[in-house]
Design a protein around this ligand. Structure first.
Ligand SMILES: *Cc1c(COP(=O)(O)O)cnc(C)c1O
Length: 397
């Protein structure tokens, strides 16, 4: 039914299941289990559950199924599995599909917990991981091997906002017989076309733009029906990483306003990037939607917009970065992103604190770097707040 609908219609109506009461808003089935009419019916359901038959919330739940169907429709995926957090999704997809002896190639600019899984956990189980500079296609070409089972990257990297060419990396990976798994948080479902560009599996932390209001953790894995139901579901339902019905209900309501929120946030991000470009306190203003970004053309072709996050590098280093953060009055200091509230983060001392200095340098996580997640406030208020804080930082440097 959703096939002919445009994205915004899918985001509002996709996956809706109504109970016998005909409720308008999605029902929250806050139940861990389900009763059966007879012993025979219980047996039959354990042999094979139909699309509207549920057994136990770790396996599936009507509210969670609505969220899975809605996000799958939106992403253009055959199916989806909803998880307890973004990390449950990343860990789930990798551990569900990999086995000892497999090889993985990953971009080295990754969210800290993704890095932990690839660097610390997978090798413990005999999976070898090679890290490459994600924007350098020659490094991908050199790294893939006949035993490479998967490649993994963030389509826009955290926190330095490098844009990775999905189609080009997919071509290299597929030629080697490897699956392409992308962590698509920074692209958001609004600007993602990752599956049609060659990704086999798309992962989101729904904690970010899908909730978008800082309330709950969640994640989702999207891909072919065979992969989701044949590989991901058996692993997830037995290992306990499923999304709770309450979270699914929050995320369903989040999807209804996703396009309005993300487009407004991205529009404000463009205005901010323009206002901040060329400020002499900054050694770098990184925004993939700005003409100054080295992969601006790629970003435009791949997503059609620059997203909702900007990175600023204060030339005078950490003291100036801290003075800047402490002078903000609208933007809050925190570490989420994609939220209605604009959030500033100092990655070097928080999200990426544990990386050795040399790694930070290699990844461009400098002492002056600030990650700015642009929220839903008035753009003029944000520009005023941030430029005033830059003035304070200048006085402190
Ligand atoms: C936040 C984030 C995650 C982890 O998601 P959680 O919901 O916090 O578990 C993974 N990848 C990226 C790129 C993220 O930004």
């Amino acid at each position: 039914m959703t096939d002919g609908w445009k994205a915004r219609t899918k985001a509002v109506h996709g996956g809706t299941r109504r109970s016998q009461y005909g409720e308008v808003s999605e029902a929250l089935f806050l139940t861990q289990g389900f009763v059966y009419d007879s012993a025979e019916a219980a047996e039959a359901r354990f042999i094979e559950a139909g699309p509207d038959e549920f057994i136990y919330a770790r396996y599936g739940n009507p509210t969670v199924a609505m969220f899975e169907e809605r996000i799958a429709a939106l992403e253009g995926a055959e199916d989806a599995f909803a998880t307890a957090s973004g990390m449950a999704a990343v860990n789930g997809v990798l551990t569900a599909m990999l086995r000892a002896g497999d090889h993985v190639v990953a971009a080295k600019a990754l969210f800290g917990s993704c890095l932990y899984i690839l660097e610390e956990i997978l090798p413990r189980f005999g999976v070898e991981v090679t890290f490459v500079d994600g924007v350098d296609l020659d490094q991908w070409r050199a790294a893939v091997r006949p035993d490479t089972r998967a490649v993994f990257f963030e389509t826009i990297s955290n926190p330095t906002l490098e844009v990775i060419d999905i189609a080009a990396v997919a071509e290299i990976a597929h030629a080697a017989g490897a699956a392409v798994i992308v962590d698509n948080v920074f692209a958001t479902p609004v600007y993602s076309r990752a599956l049609s560009q060659g990704a086999d599996v798309v992962v989101y932390s729904a904690t970010k733009h899908i909730d978008g209001q800082g309330r709950t953790l969640g994640g989702v894995i999207l891909g072919s029906r065979e992969f989701i139901r044949g590989t991901v579901e058996p692993y997830m339902k037995h290992t306990g990483g499923s999304m709770s019905p309450f979270t699914a209900w929050v995320m369903l309501k989040g999807l209804e306003t996703l396009h309005l929120r993300v487009r407004a946030q991205a529009r404000t991000a463009v205005q901010l990037a323009e206002a901040l470009d060329g400020r002499d306190e900054l050694s770098r203003m990184i925004y993939p939607g700005h003409i100054s970004h080295p992969q601006h053309a790629l970003c435009d072709a791949q997503m059609g917009a620059g997203g909702t996050v900007i990175a600023l590098d204060l030339a005078a280093g950490q003291k100036a970065a801290f003075a800047f953060l402490n002078a903000l009055s609208v933007v809050v200091i925190s570490n989420n992103l994609g939220d209605a509230k604009s959030i500033a983060t100092h990655p070097a001392t928080t999200t990426h604190q544990r990386l050795p200095e040399a790694r930070k340098q290699e990844l461009g996580i400098t002492p002056g770097l600030i990650r700015l997640s642009v929220g839903l406030e008035d753009a003029q208020d944000l520009i005023a707040d941030i430029t005033a804080a830059l003035d304070v930082a200048r006085g402190n440097s």
